[in-house]
Design a protein around this ligand. Structure first.
Ligand SMILES: [Zn+2]
Length: 379
């Protein structure tokens, strides 16, 4: 695929067109669910735009603006459409760093951020984190971060480096990219995906069907085999190898963090399996770099996939602080909950100015929790 259609094209138009296209395969029963999904997304985007363009955002967001923010990225693509917009491009990464600095936040390391949380007189801060050890973090992100003198933490699953992680999301993307229609037998559905809009919609629907259910992700293994899609080959294509990781980690701006051995959904694992995921990954990285690995990010990081049990075992495994993907900013109260720290996903494309502003202002948590507690711990 080339550079793709106009990024500003309305999601609603895309989705309605795709809904009609898929009706042939899905039948009339697909209509209510898809319309609800479209309406929900459209409402949230509309609210963000109104909040961004009026004093409403600042007024509501103020109570949700914390002393610190931890932002999360994954892949940094050269061409986001060619990878079904599962990451962002370097221009967006730069825009976000500049926006953080424009909002009077220093970009700092995790230890410096934790120190500032304990000191209300310190300057507000932001921490940059990247998950999964994608090769493009080395080629596309690091030169930019070096130019902007912005420190970062890379959370590394052992299996991405050893090529043993079952990275179903890479298989799914490859399957959709290479075909005009796909038959998802375990789901009992067929998707038309001949153009970019329908490929994006198919990717979104399949990712949401898998949700946080490892069995559903595993049910795609025979499908990938039948399509001659090799997950280890995809991990090899997209993730750093050991030599590249060593090169990345040797940069003075880089801190290496843990991200489990296999990158499975943690809530489905037994306590001993979970302890082995944390300890094995920690000792693998510590042996490679001959220095302590003190910080952890839980794969997925949602309330469905990690909670109090994971926090306790992360603490017992010897981590100092652990990051979820709960919405929200960092407050001094988080020092009492260092293993369920919130983290904001900003590395997705396309991203409107309103959508970014909502996340950086704190309003995003207000919306996600229906104006609940600004301090994210369990939710
Ligand atoms: Zn991850």
């Amino acid at each position: 695929m080339g550079t793709g259609p106009d990024m500003q094209r309305s999601f609603l138009a895309d989705n309605l067109r795709n809904l009609l296209r898929n009706l042939r395969d899905e039948g009339l029963s697909a209509i209510p669910g898809r319309l609800a999904e479209i309406a929900g997304r459209k409402f949230a985007r509309g609210f963000e735009e109104v909040a961004y363009r009026t004093p409403l955002g600042d007024t509501i967001g103020r109570g949700y603006r914390g002393h610190g923010i931890v932002v999360m990225f994954h892949e940094i693509h050269t061409d986001v459409d060619a990878e079904l917009r599962t990451g962002c491009d370097p221009a967006q990464l730069e825009r976000i760093i500049l926006a953080l600095r424009a909002s009077k936040r220093d970009i700092v390391t995790i230890p410096e951020g934790l120190r500032r949380l304990a000191d209300p007189a310190s300057s507000p801060f932001a921490v940059l984190t990247f998950d999964d050890a994608y090769r493009d973090n080395l080629t596309n992100a690091l030169p930019l971060l070096e130019r902007l003198e912005a420190p970062l933490t890379l959370f590394v699953p052992t299996g991405m480096i050893t090529r043993e992680t079952y990275a179903w999301w890479l298989g799914l993307r490859e399957w959709i990219l290479k075909n005009d229609s796909i038959d998802v037998v375990p789901m009992g559905r067929r998707f038309s995906c001949a153009d970019l809009a329908s490929k994006l919609s198919t990717m979104r629907q399949l990712t949401s069907w898998i949700g946080y259910d490892q069995a559903r992700a595993d049910s795609l293994m025979p499908v990938f085999d039948a399509q001659a899609i090799s997950i280890p080959a995809l991990v090899d294509r997209y993730a750093m190898d050991e030599a590249e990781l060593r090169r990345f980690a040797s940069h003075p701006l880089v801190t290496i963090g843990a991200h489990t051995e296999t990158h499975r959904i943690l809530s489905g694992l037994s306590a001993p399996e979970l302890a082995a995921e944390f300890r094995g990954n920690k000792s693998y990285l510590e042996a490679m770099f001959d220095r302590p690995v003190s910080f952890l990010a839980y794969p997925y990081g949602t309330p469905d996939s990690c909670g109090a049990r994971e926090a306790r075992l992360a603490s017992e495994a010897g981590f100092e602080a652990s990051f979820t993907t709960r919405h929200g900013h960092l407050f001094s109260e988080h020092l009492r909950h260092p293993h369920l720290l919130p983290r904001i996903d900003v590395g997705y494309a396309p991203q409107s100015a309103a959508s970014l502003a909502t996340r950086l202002s704190g309003l995003h948590r207000a919306m996600a929790t229906h104006f609940g507690n600004p301090v994210a711990t369990e939710v």
